[in-house]
Design a protein around this ligand. Structure first.
Ligand SMILES: *[C@@H]1O[C@H](CO)[C@@H](O)[C@H](O)[C@H]1NC(C)=O
Length: 386
């Protein structure tokens, strides 16, 4: 009897532990710290197959796209690259009111490509809150919940994480970082959203652009602070923390707003950050030199695998914006010049990545193969050496 009761006790305990673990095991949608946004608003960029080669040669593992284009999902099959797809804003109102449409979207655009294509996340909507469309803001949470329950019904929530990407427009007072809160008019949508994300274990995705912040207030912001170059930095007297770059400060501003809203344990992931290499006359800091400096220093910042001053235990992870210059993007000239790579696959400027081709004379695929070959040799030598 005693033995039996013991067994049952153990069994019960195991069940409790299993339930506990299950509740806390969440999808890890990001490998390492460096990712890139593969924006495709262009009519001159390489094919998705060539892009896969480019990404593998650059050893960039995490990729975000702004739709769920099937040619891309097919090209990524078996590549080992981890992909976050996006439900475009135009679909949110429909998905919020029609659960079956959300289900159909997941059945058409996610489920058939798993598991060969590593779809790790879905961002439902981009920069919705803080924008001008009130109905869209109202639809956001419903759409997210319906996409999540579709994944849940298909038993995919352990593989695919659901989130949405925000712009800086959701914040008020981001200086100093500790004073940051969610803006009036945004908080009413943000809080239930965070409640849901905290329940399902999703991170907070934020777009961080020191480039835009600098341009909005060049008299008061040191360009070197925005570019991760040597500068006096800023001091946050409330937290007694010092910031020597704006990227870290903007991430900590997000953490401060989350804490103020009651979600101090949520992780922040940077869904976009970058610097334009060319711009209009009133975008004078959009130069190739500054873009290179920002992206080179950002890459170093991410490679050290460290948290921020306020959240030292959360590694900073970011998707850089963007892979290519996108010639069909509307807006100021800078919008079409955020790419680390030119449309033909060659590098825009050197930050340690090699392109699909180095000169216009050579075949892109051939020269990439040579680069992969020499890359493997290099790897081989470094293995032998160590
Ligand atoms: C998907 O991407 C391919 C390759 O870039 C393109 O030819 C096609 O038009 C895209 N499909 C949609 C629906 O956008």
């Amino acid at each position: 009897m005693g033995v039996l009761r013991n067994r049952w006790t153990w069994f019960g305990l195991l069940c409790i532990v299993a339930c506990f673990l299950n509740a806390f095991v969440t999808v890890q949608a990001f490998t390492g710290t460096y990712g890139i946004n593969y924006g495709r608003v262009a009519d001159n960029i390489p094919s998705p197959e060539d892009v896969v080669m480019l990404l593998r040669a650059a050893m960039i593992k995490n990729i975000r796209i702004y739709d769920a284009n099937h040619s891309v999902l097919k090209a990524f099959r078996g590549s080992g690259l981890e992909l976050v797809v996006n439900v475009p804003n135009e679909l949110l109102k429909d998905f919020s009111s029609n659960e079956d449409h959300a289900m159909n979207w997941v059945k058409d655009n996610v489920q058939p490509f798993l598991p060969e294509t590593y779809i790790r996340g879905i961002t439902v909507g981009n920069e919705v809150l803080g924008g001008s469309d009130q109905e869209l803001a109202e639809a956001l949470l419903g759409a997210i919940k319906n996409i999540y329950s579709a994944l849940n019904n298909l038993h995919l929530t352990h593989v695919v994480q659901v989130s949405t990407a925000h712009s800086q427009a959701v914040f008020a007072n981001s200086y100093p970082p500790s004073s940051c809160i969610f803006r009036e008019g945004v908080a009413q949508y943000m809080k239930p959203l965070l409640q849901f994300f905290s329940h399902v274990g999703s991170p907070f995705f934020i777009n961080v652009y020191p480039f835009l912040a600098y341009m909005s207030d060049p008299e008061h912001i040191n360009l070197n602070y925005a570019l991760f170059e040597s500068n006096p930095g800023i001091y946050d007297s409330k937290t007694k923390l010092h910031y020597d770059n704006m990227f870290d400060a903007q991430i900590d501003a997000s953490y401060a707003a989350l804490e103020d809203a009651g979600f101090g344990h949520m992780e922040v992931i940077v869904s976009e950050t970058g610097w334009a290499s060319h711009g209009d006359d009133n975008e004078a800091v959009a130069t190739s030199h500054n873009a290179r400096t920002y992206n080179y220093n950002l890459r170093k910042r991410l490679a050290i695998r460290k948290g921020t001053p306020f959240r030292p235990n959360f590694l900073v992870r970011a998707y850089v914006f963007a892979l290519f210059n996108e010639n069909l993007k509307p807006g100021p000239t800078s919008e079409r010049n955020f790419g680390l790579f030119k449309p033909d696959g060659s590098i825009s400027y050197y930050i340690g990545f090699s392109g699909l081709k180095s000169s216009s004379a050579s075949s892109p695929v051939l020269s990439l193969k040579v680069q992969i070959f020499s890359g493997s040799l290099l790897l081989l030598f470094s293995i032998i050496k160590f």
